[in-house]
Design a protein around this ligand. Structure first.
Ligand code: SF4
Length: 179
């Protein structure tokens, strides 16, 4: 009798304290079926054999550089952890992978820039208003800045027209009309 044991990165994942629970997965697929991202994008999306939230935890262990984007493709809503029959803290691990990937320097520069811009935008109501106003101006006057073939979203979807006013401006205007 020949007994073949395939490690396939399991020992390494076992050594990662924050991620070792992912090895309890029984591959039932519940986390993928409940995930608001994978429900829309389908099981074969995101270039990994094991798809769904659990795949996004297992894949960076095998090749962190290649799969650096996967833990970021999540809303961190926690629905996956909620349905998991073996109680894996999936969304916590996705969040932890993001921290490891940024620390190891595998996060894309565009993502880092986007996050820094968003941190500035959300740091004060004045910044939020300024960013909204600038964004609306670009969408109305030079939509090519966003709607161009270099934008992967635009290649596959109709982009919405820029709104004329922010929701806050609309609300103040309509609230005053009521009185
Ligand atoms: S719900 Fe849990 S057991 Fe099922 S595939 Fe996802 S991680 Fe694995």
């Amino acid at each position: 009798m020949h007994l073949i044991l395939v490690d396939a990165g399991r020992t390494r994942q076992l050594g990662r304290k924050d991620f070792r629970d992912s090895l309890k997965c029984i591959k039932c697929g519940s986390c993928m079926n409940t995930c608001p991202v994978y429900r829309k994008s389908g099981g074969l999306s995101y270039h990994n054999t094991i798809s769904g939230p659990i795949g996004a935890i297992l894949a960076p262990n095998l090749d962190m550089k290649r799969h650096a984007d996967l833990p970021f493709a999540s809303t961190l809503c926690g629905s996956c952890s909620n349905v998991c029959p073996v109680k894996i803290n999936i969304h916590d691990q996705l969040y932890k992978w993001r921290q490891v990937i940024v620390k190891e320097g595998y996060a894309a520069n565009t993502k880092m820039l986007g996050m820094k811009t968003m941190a500035w935008t959300l740091s004060s109501p004045a910044n939020f208003r300024k960013a909204g106003k600038t964004g609306r101006w670009f969408l109305q006057n030079i939509p090519f800045v966003v709607n161009n073939p270099f934008n992967p979203w635009y290649r596959q979807r109709d982009m919405p027209e820029g709104p004329k006013e922010s929701f806050a401006e609309w609300f103040v205007k309509n609230e005053n009309k009521k009185q």
